[in-house]
Design a protein around this ligand. Sequence first.
Ligand SMILES: Cc1cc2nc3c(=O)[nH]c(=O)nc-3n(C[C@H](O)[C@H](O)[C@H](O)COP(=O)(O)O)c2cc1C
Length: 223
Amino acid sequence: MIDTEAFKRMSYGLYVVCSGNQSNGNGYISNSVFQVTASPAQMAACCHKDNHTAGIIKETGSYSISVLHNEAETAIIDKFGYKSGADIDKLKGMNVEYGGTGIPILLNEAIAWIECKVVKPIDVGTHLIFIGEVLQTELLDETKPAMTYAEFKEKKQRTAPANAPTHIDEQESTDSEKSGDKYECQQCGFVYENDKEGTPFDELPDDWQCPVCGAPKSKFKAI
Ligand SMILES: Cc1cc2nc3c(=O)[nH]c(=O)nc-3n(C[C@H](O)[C@H](O)[C@H](O)COP(=O)(O)O)c2cc1C
């Protein structure tokens, strides 16, 4: 038996992983970033093959990890975690620095960053794990703690979208468990709660869109 509640007991951080160059840069939110060896210092970044950033990392051969602080703006997470660089220029207007390999490093809401050179991409089916050797790092703010995935879910009232390795399909809950009071966007995981929003979901107009990713009302399912 696999009880996905056990997965929810695991701890993670929250990062923006960027790659590319000055003319073609992009990034995505990841909670699945971790250090795999100390000497040499190596990181692993797990990236869905459909993420626009995956192709860019493969092409560029390097990536940066920006560590978000625990009060990071929701807007940053919404932009980098629920929208694709295939549709918008996510780095436009952002505070970006370029690493030694020429990759963009997002400084907004970051307390530290790490630049990595890919030494091994590992194909794990839906995702690629990019093992990266650390080239350089910088501590930007010693005062703020890093955001955890648990804090993100709690404070931002969001769940990870389908491309996140830790995504849990809440549709797996049985019909008898569905109260009809909460509706989840199947594109980004945003949960519309009737109690919180005031207007019952059923009464929203047909052209209503998800406030996070812009998906149509039809993309929502009762949870
Ligand atoms: C909290 C959170 C955690 C996420 N973790 C991952 C992750 O570890 N790996 C991944 O591939 N996508 C993850 N995602 C999803 C991507 O950030 C998302 O699909 C993004 O839109 C991809 O952007 P891109 O197409 O511009 O690369 C996560 C999203 C959120 C909100």
